[in-house]
Design a protein around this ligand. Structure first.
Ligand code: F0G
Length: 457
């Protein structure tokens, strides 16, 4: 059969709120034109994030009942540890309440002021945790990543030449670890090839620099490797994931993505003395090392979810859904990052709104148009999220791209929901020159996109 179907059927439903345009106009105004400040009850199709928004399977729901809530040494912890080790193989595994808790512990214990951390693309919380301790987060995406329209297969790769240059310039002693984010979320959800992981490892080996994988979407990355990289077509996703992790000294993970869970994460490493530091801080801020900020039942749900994310039919359907929407948008002349990412489609808001400058925040304009037109919620990854204040004041430094992300929650929306999304974007696309500029009227010093207030210019 040519039709790739959802490899599940629906056993429980959740009503979607349907609103009118005039209701949405009033709701967005009272949220200061920031969709993060809307009540979810007022959002019809929520594509804000694929994080923690997935639907759990019947096997996960039944695993919840097996949760052992013992404070120390629970059965659920053992199962969690075994599952993570089966996939990723690390010696020390620490559960955390989500990915950023793992990042915080890693940054706080390993970094000093002035240290540099290379990454193919830091996610915003990773960058913020590194900068919070006074270190520098440096993105080294491949040159192909900058060509938004080119159909290269592994645009999430790290630029190896730039990595070598950075190590030369900084000295290995100032780089306590290097990170690789699979898939590269901020770079468009693009995958990293096994060859690139291996080459990064070889470069780091020469200078004794550890490699940490930001593994949020490790299963989606494994799927891309299987489909696109020579020599992997006959390997299972589990085997591919294992090989990928075998090149790393540790990992940070948000189980809210490829853990197919609503909360959770982990930090892992092989080094015993790193593990001591992680454990001590974990106890201080997350919890005892056998639950780390999670309930026993969460550990159970994640253990099942991590393996379900590696099921080939699931990944195949997920990717087919993203491709279905991507090709519909391309045929409607809506500029998107190509190829489509693993968990999301990224619209090039700068190309979509040529009448707006970066300082007009075209991404916010498009995000707000999506809400007003159809009650769809998306997120800006552009100059609000990544823009920087200019050193001497004046107009801020724009982000390299003005993207809007349509993230795909896992196993949540059906094809007709995506047909609706395509129709909404089609309508906006026909009147794109009507998208207004926005300016910020209030902002926080860190991660301002979450709480900023905007007004139309
Ligand atoms: N790393 C990457 C690549 C991420 O995408 C995220 C979260 C994190 C780390 C942090 O994990 O949320 O569990 O603390 N990304 C979400 C998103 C929030 O919408 O892309 P967390």
């Amino acid at each position: 059969m040519r039709t790739i179907i959802e490899p599940f059927r629906i056993k429980m439903t959740e009503a979607l709120p349907i609103t009118t345009r005039s209701e949405r106009e009033a709701l967005l105004a009272s949220a200061f034109n920031n969709v993060f400040l809307l009540d979810a009850d007022h959002v019809t199709i929520d594509l804000l994030t694929d994080s923690g928004t997935g639907a759990m399977s019947d096997r996960q729901w039944s695993a919840l009942m097996l949760g052992d809530e013992s404070y120390a040494g629970s059965r659920s912890w053992r199962r969690f540890e075994q599952t993570v080790r089966e996939i990723a193989g690390f010696k020390h595994i620490f559960p955390t309440h989500q990915g950023r808790a793992a990042e915080r512990i890693l940054a706080a214990t390993r970094l000093k002021k002035g240290n540099v951390v290379p990454n193919n693309g830091h996610f915003d919380t990773t960058r913020a945790n590194i900068e919070y301790v006074g270190a520098v987060a440096t993105d080294l995406p491949s040159t192909e990543a900058r060509e938004l329209q080119s159909e290269k297969l592994f645009k999430g790769n790290m630029d190896l030449g730039k990595l070598e240059q950075l190590i030369e310039a900084e000295g290995a002693g100032n780089i306590p670890f290097c990170m690789l984010t699979v898939t590269n979320n901020t770079g468009g959800g693009q995958p990293v090839s096994m060859e690139n992981v291996r080459s990064v490892r070889e470069i780091l080996n020469k200078r004794g620099i550890p490699l940490i994988i930001d593994a949020c979407r490790f299963a989606e990355n494994a799927f891309f490797i299987k489909e696109r990289e020579q020599g992997f077509a006959d390997r299972t996703l589990l085997e591919i994931a294992r090989e990928m992790f075998s090149f790393a000294d540790g990992a940070t993970m948000s189980a809210k993505k490829d853990g197919l869970a609503n909360i959770g994460g982990f930090l892992a490493c092989n080094n015993d003395s790193w593990a001591d530091d992680f454990r001590n801080l974990l106890i201080l801020t997350e919890g005892f090392p056998t639950y780390g900020g999670l309930a026993g039942r969460d550990l159970e749900a994640i253990s099942v979810g991590l393996l379900e994310a590696l099921e080939y039919d699931y990944q195949r359907y997920r990717h087919a859904t993203v491709e279905y929407v991507a090709s519909a948008l391309i045929s409607r002349d809506i500029p998107i990052v190509r190829p489509a990412g693993g968990h999301a489609i990224f619209i090039d808001a700068a190309a979509f709104c040529p009448h707006l400058r970066a300082s007009d925040y075209p991404g916010i304009g498009l995000v707000n148009a999506l809400y007003l037109e159809g009650g769809v919620r998306a997120v800006e990854l552009g100059s609000v999220m990544f823009g920087k204040p200019a050193p001497g004041g004046g107009e801020e430094i724009a982000a390299p791209h003005e993207l809007v992300r349509l993230a795909f929650p896992r196993r949540v929306y059906t094809q007709s929901h995506f047909d609706y999304l395509i129709e909404v974007l089609d309508a906006i696309g026909r009147r794109r020159e009507a998208i207004p500029a926005y300016r910020i009227t209030e902002q926080a010093p860190f991660l301002r996109h979450f709480t900023a207030h905007y007004e139309r210019v």
